[in-house]
Design a protein around this ligand. Structure first.
Ligand code: HPA
Length: 236
């Protein structure tokens, strides 16, 4: 048994949704899964397995940031998970992205040291699994959901709002980076390390430069719609 996810291999599904927030994991399991069973609660990093459309699916909390997410992903790999989809929120960096829009991360840049120490002599920028993000994109379009696909950046510093940090994000925006969050670089790098399928789908919660934040209900509705779309797509 891994150290942090207190589960046996057969308790975790091949398909795992990955919210950062433990309460969101609990909420997703209870709202969307049939017969959800809690398989781990250690450190309140709740993980549940149930079914959706008759297909076995798990929902596992990652916590906030790359170090916490990397522990969870290494352990999900030990437990045999194969398809990993982060469902989270992000700050928008480009005009044209509105609150509650969807953003699918094609790849995730990061200046963080945890993931950049994974390979000693090369800096990797592994992409999402193409088939997975293509299916997710097609589903979003069919459901008439506003959706954007492109590069994102994984930051280690949510409150890094100094002039220097903001200038750095503006430069990234000029290079086409659409949004900022805190976990996907861990997901795409660790998926590359073990040959797993990975994707990140985000709901825009705020705009970083204007500091306009959507109200909680709007974010919640966006996250619900996103989660349902992801579950329908990966269990088809
Ligand atoms: N920074 C990092 N992560 C985020 C943000 C942000 O501004 N908004 C939502 N997740």
């Amino acid at each position: 048994m891994p150290i942090h996810i207190e589960a046996k291999e057969d308790e975790v599904a091949d398909i795992v949704l990955l919210p950062g927030n433990p309460e969101r994991a609990k909420y997703i399991a209870k709202k969307f899964l049939d017969d959800p069973k809690l398989y781990t609660s250690y450190r309140e990093m709740y993980g549940y397995t149930g079914t959706f459309n008759g297909v076995k699916v798990s929902v596992q909390t990652t916590g906030m940031g790359v170090p916490s997410t990397a522990i969870i992903l290494e352990e999900l790999n030990m437990l045999g998970a194969k398809t990993l989809i982060r469902v989270g929120t992000c700050g928008a960096l480009k005009e044209g992205l509105e609150a509650a829009d969807l953003l699918i991360g094609q790849s995730a840049a990061t200046a963080g040291t945890t993931i950049n120490s994974l390979t000693d002599d090369i800096t990797l920028a592994p992409p999402a699994d193409f088939e997975l993000i293509n299916n997710l994109y097609q589903s979003a379009i069919k459901l008439d959901m506003p959706v954007h696909v492109g590069q994102i950046v994984t930051s280690d510093y949510f409150y890094g709002k100094s002039d220097n940090y903001i200038d750095g994000l503006k430069k990234l925006a000029e290079y086409g980076v659409l949004g900022v969050e805190m976990e996907t670089a861990a997901l795409y790098n660790i998926a590359a390390k073990y040959g797993l399928r990975a994707a990140t789908v985000l709901t825009v919660s705020d705009h970083v430069f204007t500091q306009v934040r959507a109200d909680k209900d709007k974010i919640q509705q966006g996250v619900d719609r996103m989660t349902e779309m992801v579950l329908k797509t990966v269990t088809k």
